[in-house]
Design a protein around this ligand. Sequence first.
Ligand code: FWO
Ligand code: ZN
Length: 387
Amino acid sequence: MLLLKNADVYAPAAKGRADILAAGGRILRIEPSIELPPAYVEQVDASGVMAVPGFIDGHVHMMGGGGEGGFATRTPELMLSDAIRGGVTTVVGCLGTDGVTRSLAGLLAKAKALDEEGLSTFIYTGHYGVPVQTLTGSIERDLLLIDKIIGVGEVALSDHRSNQPTFEEFARLSAEARRGGILSGKAGVVNVHMGDGRRGLAMLRRLIEETEIPATQFLPTHIGRNPSLFEEGLAYAKAGGLVDFTTSTVPAFLDEGEVKCSAGLRRMLDAGVDAANITFTSDGQGSLPDFDAHGRLRRLEIGRVTSLFAEVRDAVRVEGVPLATALQVITSNPARILKLRGKGALEAGADADIVLLDAASLEIDGVIAKGRWLMKARTPLVRGNFE
Ligand code: FWO
Ligand code: ZN
């Protein structure tokens, strides 16, 4: 058993000082004062430390991605220590551009590996392409039969690398994701990769307009990748749509007009967007290819899971967004949208996924996942098998 004493608790809502008792991978009690005989429990003085829910990164190419510059640009898979350093205790994996040399079987195997190493993991079926490549032959079967599959994506729209899906094709895959989600008690969310194309969110807005499928079935990502998509995304989110910002970036993209996640969050909140409609994901281990106007690849970097909380920290320290609000985009919002039970909140009965932050610097001091210490006093205690 683990007893954190006198932590400043953000559940993510600010709860003030409290003691947190965890055992068996779950949070048992969060109360102003919990006294237990020291012989039975590891007691940690968390005075001056903030306890927040473990971070959920809902878009990670955990088995590697990339390849847009040829074979030598296929990116490496996620290492456990990357997640630990970033305070990420729950990871949702996906495939991207390359659905040939990257397989769903490999993605599922990597998710199981990271689960054995201490994280909580889920995956999306499919990749950029349409028709969606699945494990069992259909989206519904994947959702109903494979526990770790929670939705479909990342399906590309408005991108030169997409399959240029028709409205009917995109409507069909979205309907199957919805029905599979309903039948399996999962979100069945369609994680939509938004490219730089001028059509932007048009197909998504048309689908929500013309069919019975609700906006909560879709999570368009990379929403800040250019100014016009950001503006369209802001209007879309104000109207009740869900939007996701990608925290991994490079200076060139910001110079070219990409909206920095921390600033984008602030601007959407100031425009009256409900904070509950916004998430951040890292695109960790995905490629960050920079194509010129003629579609020629200029450079290709790798996304980092550690960028996820870095942008939340900037939202607080640079943009003045309250911590309890900024934390939502990587804790309670993804947990609700992706229906990750027991995740995204510090409350009795939740999984014991806890990040300890230094109150002054907002640096990540400690990480507890499924009740197990993965990092203490900024020192990782666990490494991946081959690290
Ligand atoms: C974005 C993942 C992109 C992969 O547009 O979608 O390529 O398959 O690994 N990354 N293609 C990055 C921008 C948001 C900067 C992916 C990548
Ligand atoms: Zn993408």
